[in-house]
Design a protein around this ligand. Structure first.
Ligand code: NAD
Length: 321
């Protein structure tokens, strides 16, 4: 049996594919390379158990044709749907981006799964579905949910569609809600953003917002470990879990200082105004991973350690490129 990963050329997708291949699984990976790249898959692209197709998931006919062709020889047991827009500000400027890449990609994935009788779905959701609930502890069953970004809205709509699909044809679904994930190969995010800015202006770093945003960060290795753990342990038809570092997080100003120290120690840091990096940014939230702890998984790294490790890895990765 094979596993289908959408968004395989992206940050999390390429790490997941590598992990599953190392466990002896066969993987078919799909991506339109709008944000991911072949370079992210360079070390496993030729693996005998791996097949890649460049395809836009919003084109249902091509998506269906590609997967059914593969499934003739290798029945597919589960789909990991990771493809989505990962640029939240871009999705605020143009709502069509999240409608297409975040929601329609899910709709079409479910259509293909239904037509080909693929029984299980693992879905990369996000803390953005909760919206801005201030100081309230974000537990999985809190509500009502009113996202404040188009990205969060289209992820929440995707969750709703997955829930309805479990009622009608899916045997099992896993919804993983995670906040900021970091590591390599970085395709977006605050650390990469700071490093790229410092490359352009080595003596000066401009930070979006006043630096008081405080968020929890999880290393990608831990995220994958947690998702596979949940998949192996949770047995309901519809399983939904927060995954995170389980701590209060780290301030953006501290991340800025750590990146400056690693990349350009003499740079000065200039902060913007307000506590939001962009429209749709949730500046602080308190994230519960109690449900996941009860299931038996806990993170090894706190947010600060994850950020320190990711800075080291991203700097090394970029210097090789
Ligand atoms: N990285 C994070 O901090 C984070 C946090 C919460 C949730 N997530 C979710 O995890 C998943 C993976 O995120 P990531 O950080 O690896 O992002 P990423 O941008 O690196 O990967 C997403 C991949 O999807 C592909 N893609 C987008 N639209 C597509 C389409 N229409 N057809 C085919 N491929 C398409 C992109 O080319 C990219 O390779 C996403 O669903 C994201 O919303 C990520």
């Amino acid at each position: 049996m094979a596993i289908l990963i959408t968004g395989v050329a992206g940050f999390i997708g390429s790490n997941l594919a590598r992990k599953l291949l190392s466990e002896g699984k066969a993987v078919i990976g799909l991506d339109n390379l709008c944000r991911g790249s072949m370079a992210n898959m360079a070390d496993f692209a030729q693996h005998p158990q791996f097949v890649f197709h460049e395809i836009d998931l919003t084109d249902l006919a091509s998506y269906q044709a590609c997967v059914s062709q593969y499934a003739l020889k290798h029945p597919i047991s589960e789909v990991w749907h990771l493809a989505a827009n990962s640029d939240i500000p871009a999705g605020i400027s143009d709502a069509a981006i999240d409608l297409r890449d975040t929601f329609m990609s899910t709709y079409n994935t479910l259509e293909v799964m239904k037509r080909l009788d693929i029984p299980a779905l693992c879905f990369a959701s996000t803390s953005a579905v909760y919206g801005d609930l201030g100081e309230r502890l974000l537990q999985e069953d809190i509500g009502p949910l009113f996202p404040i970004s188009n990205y969060g809205a289209m992820k929440l709509a995707s969750e709703a569609l997955i829930s309805a699909s479990v009622e009608s044809f899916l045997k099992s679904a896993y919804i993983f809600r995670f906040p900021n994930v970091i590591g390599t190969p970085a395709t977006h995010g605050v650390i990469l953003d700071f490093i790229e800015k410092l490359k352009k202006t080595p003596d000066h770093l401009e930070v979006l917002g006043n630096g008081s945003q405080r968020k929890a960060y999880l290393h990608v290795d831990e995220l994958i470990d947690a998702m596979l753990y949940i998949q192996s342990q949770a047995r309901a038809p519809l399983n939904y879990f927060n995954i995170g570092a389980g701590d209060e997080g780290i301030f953006v100003r501290d991340i800025a200082q750590l990146v400056v120290a690693a990349v350009s120690p003499h740079a000065t840091i200039a902060y913007g105004e307000g506590d939001k990096g962009w429209v749709g940014d949730v500046p602080r939230f308190s994230y519960s991973i109690e449900k996941l702890r009860k299931l038996g998984w806990r993170p090894k790294l706190g947010s600060v350690q994850a950020v320190q490790l990711a800075i080291k890895q991203i700097v090394a990765d970029l210097s090789r490129a």
